[in-house]
Design a protein around this ligand. Sequence first.
Ligand code: FMN
Length: 196
Amino acid sequence: MKRVFVGMTGASGARYTLALVPVLVGAGIEVAFSMSDSAAKVLRLEEEIVVDAGEPDLEALFGKAAAGVQFFPQDMVEAPVSSGSFAVDASILCPLSMGTLGSIAAGTSANLIERAADVMLKEGRPLVLVPRETPLSLIHLENMVRVARAGAVVLPAAPAFYHHPTSIDDLVRHIVTKITDRLGIRLDLIQRWGER
Ligand SMILES: Cc1cc2nc3c(=O)[nH]c(=O)nc-3n(C[C@H](O)[C@H](O)[C@H](O)COP(=O)(O)O)c2cc1C
């Protein structure tokens, strides 16, 4: 894995992205990043971090790891990640809203985040989707089945408790580990089951 696209949408769980990107950069991966307007709203409401979705302060989001992140506005559909010929090894949409999930399932590619997901499916490259919603309607469930059939990994933001989390960060790290595991990047961020 050399270069990965991370798309942040307006589902709850902004801190998953805040944790994920520095971990990827720390693993030596170049991160191409985009966020939706709703993601910026959720970030403000959940984390009290105020950024412009079109031109975010990457250091405010990712600290020193910002140096390893290349930002693309969500309306920049001409960005390199929009093309199957650009070498992105995988895309991760985290957290993923039901709205963007529906667009991916419908193949509409109306913005860069949706297009980056669509490109991975058409090129047969890894697409990890981290949806967050509860309860799920039949439409949400059917959309998940649809994208899974098309080749996406549906990895809900549903942290486990068997590693004895004592903080929210522990729960977040569990999901980050699940994501990086799916990309074949083995990191020791949490106590794994059977490794006590
Ligand atoms: C504080 C807050 C939390 C939200 N949480 C979720 C959520 O967990 N899942 C979801 O699908 N939508 C959630 N939404 C709604 C989405 O942000 C909304 O549907 C938005 O249009 C999604 O747009 P996007 O996919 O372009 O980011 C939330 C909105 C706000 C303001």
